[in-house]
Design a protein around this ligand. Sequence first.
Ligand code: HEM
Ligand code: HEM
Length: 210
Amino acid sequence: MTGLAADIDRTTTPVESGVIHPLWVRVSHGISIVAMLVMIGSGWQIYNASPLFSFTFPRGITLGGWLAGALLWHFAAMWLLVVNGLVYILLGVLTGHFGRKLLPIRPRDIVADLGAAVTFRLSHDDRSVYNAVQKLFYVGVILAMVVVVASGLAIWKPVQFRELTLLFGGYDAARYVHFFAMAAIVGFLVVHIVLALIFPKNLRAMITGR
Ligand code: HEM
Ligand code: HEM
């Protein structure tokens, strides 16, 4: 490892500094919370203008006031989300963070950790190590983010990103993919936030690093 990546790793890896989450992970995680809130709130408002299903989202939990306002929010926070996401993925790969903390995910470990979790025997001793179920969910939500961005680009610029739109099976199918990827992320977030509140020590580590 050379240059910037090595510098970042040297100053922020848990092993050398006693920090549970490196600074760049905490900053990027914080930015993604803001970007996601805006994308989800404005997305729900966009949905309400032309619902795909027989329900709409209550006005109070949407953002933007009306379709055009929501689209402005959606297309503004989109840059924050994408730039932040690219930096996170780049640093995750270059510093070895992904290889160290999120991979590998072995089916046998998932079964074992799931069994330990439901019987309340899961170890929380070393907070810098994720269990297999956490790894699976974190990698899963990162992939769901890739899908929501790709399908978003496909419905934003279906002419310019023609191939991408076709890959999803056309504009209408891409819209459904975009919606279901959002639903998967929201589902993850509900569980993720409940667990963060149940284990406040882990939440503190994601804010202060320790
Ligand atoms: C680069 C990122 C993104 C782009 C370019 C994008 C683009 C778009 C566009 C163009 C629409 C309007 C679709 C239509 O006219 O029917 C839309 C709708 C929507 N977006 Fe996104 N989006 C992005 C990310 C996200 C994210 C991160 C979320 C939430 C997790 C999200 C949630 C929604 C929802 C719920 C809708 C309404 C679904 C519908 O009725 O079609 N989007 N998005
Ligand atoms: C209020 C909202 C949120 C809270 C309170 C929260 C809390 C946390 C906490 C406490 C951890 C560390 C878990 C541990 O040490 O056991 C974590 C990690 C993580 N969270 Fe969140 N989170 C929130 C929103 C989000 C959002 C919006 C996303 C992305 C969609 C996300 C994705 C992740 C990922 C990928 C990790 C693993 C990070 C890594 O080590 O690289 N979280 N979160």
